[in-house]
Ligand binder design. Structure first.
Ligand SMILES: Cc1cc2nc3c(=O)[nH]c(=O)nc-3n(C[C@H](O)[C@H](O)[C@H](O)COP(=O)(O)OP(=O)(O)OC[C@H]3O[C@@H](n4cnc5c(N)ncnc54)[C@H](O)[C@@H]3O)c2cc1C
Length: 360
């Protein structure tokens, strides 16, 4: 059973819903390989009473561009991704221009393109399909706010007996799962656990452009700005400097940044974008793990039945299939967990205890 707050701010409803294989660590590459496998089979896995969901998965690829300063890192990451079987290629500026003649590449020395396994989908439809499937299997959703945990201690280890709700209801539980997104730190705090997760505002801008960009992938510019097709137009976003990235900034879109930075930078990279029009924007929170920007999945030694599925740091939609599995495994016996993780996905690397053992 899970309690949800009736709020429109949940990150899952505000996401850009994209998936990539181009990560720089083994664990994230493996998680994404698992994620794309799940997304490709969503129709089959989440079919419900004859209703086969279609989340519009489009494997349009990610294209990372690098200047000379970033070339070595791009090559290093590429080698690791290939080791894990990712379908990615490195492209010279000449090869890039041949594929994407609408790009201006004067400062670019290398590109890395995902040929399959990367792209975007309708995140809201995925959320709806998951919810319907869960309900069809007996899950009950409660529109309420969790306000505390009833716990008991034994040998210095807490056990959650129940979750207390704003309405006064008390929900007894065998396991409690902290799936609080950007607000997960407060929930962990009820068990005396310090979870390094905060909300970081990220804006998505919705663009219309008279310039067509045939074959446009999800472009990660050398500036860090990203852009991808959406419907008849495009969406794009950026990561603010650390100095302008307060925790839980109000969810107002950063229009000033669009005018002063994003538009001029994009128009330099894509000359056809000089005539683009901003159609709208929205903002949501990345649930950022300030320790190492990776998900935190599993149990913590301080509490034997509070399961974490937190801190996905802007990758949560693509990582959620592996995240659920990790959270579920935490509730299984140790032997089952070990057998499964060895065969499928080394989720131990994401365990909630890694800060104690200094592993990243
Ligand atoms: C602008 C933006 C773009 C993104 N783009 C991508 C992308 O392209 N690809 C990708 O993979 N990921 C992306 N992400 C990240 C992804 O959306 C998140 O990682 C993911 O949705 C997190 O899911 P979650 O279930 O952990 O959190 P949420 O979806 O935020 O859900 C948490 C839920 O917990 C509820 N809650 C919290 N506290 C309580 C309480 N005390 N009681 C009851 N309920 C509570 C909240 O109301 C909320 O409904 C993006 C995120 C944003 C904001």
């Amino acid at each position: 059973m899970s309690a949800t707050r009736p709020t429109p701010r949940a990150s899952s409803a505000l996401s850009a819903s994209s998936i990539r294989q181009q990560f720089s660590t083994d664990i994230n590459i493996q998680i994404s390989a698992f994620g794309i496998g799940f997304l490709r089979k969503v129709g089959q896995l989440l079919a419900c009473h004859g209703d086969v969901p279609d989340i519009g998965l489009h494997e349009g690829g990610y294209l990372y561009l690098a200047t000379q300063a970033g070339e070595a890192t791009l090559r290093e990451n590429h080698a690791l991704q290939r080791q894990h079987g990712a379908d990615v290629v490195l492209l010279s500026p000449q090869q890039l221009v041949a594929r994407f003649p609408w790009l201006a590449l004067q400062d670019v020395v290398l590109g890395s393109l995902g040929l399959s396994g990367e792209g975007w989908f309708d995140g809201y439809l995925l959320l709806t399909a998951l919810r319907k499937k869960a309900q069809s299997q007996g899950v009950r959703y409660v529109a309420d706010e969790a306000v505390g945990l009833d716990t008991a201690a034994s040998d210095g280890v807490l056990h959650v007996n129940a979750v207390r709700l704003q309405s006064g209801t008390v929900l007894p539980c065998r396991y409690a799962v902290n799936a609080g997104g950007p607000w997960a730190e407060a929930i962990a705090g009820w068990a005396g656990i310090d979870l390094p997760v905060v909300g970081k505002r990220r804006t998505v801008f919705n663009l219309a452009s008279p310039a067509a960009l045939p074959g446009c992938p999800l472009l990660i510019d050398t500036s860090g700005i990203w852009l991808r097709p959406e419907g008849q137009g495009f969406i794009c976003g950026f990561a603010p400097d650390a100095d302008n990235d307060a925790d839980f900034a109000p969810l107002e879109p950063e229009y000033d940044a669009f005018d002063s930075y994003i538009w001029p930078t994009l128009a330099e990279r894509i000359p056809g974008f000089e005539a683009l029009r901003l159609q709208g924007a929205w903002a949501g929170y990345y649930e950022m793990n300030t320790f190492d920007h990776n998900a935190i999945v599993g149990l913590h030694p301080a509490c034997d039945n509070l399961v974490f599925a937190n801190g996905f740091s802007g990758h949560g939609l693509q990582q959620c299939p592996a995240g659920w599995v990790g959270a579920w495994l935490s509730c299984c016996s140790r032997a089952a967990t070990k057998a499964w993780t060895c065969r499928h996905c080394p989720l131990n690397a994401l365990r909630a205890t890694r800060r104690c053992s200094k592993r990243t």
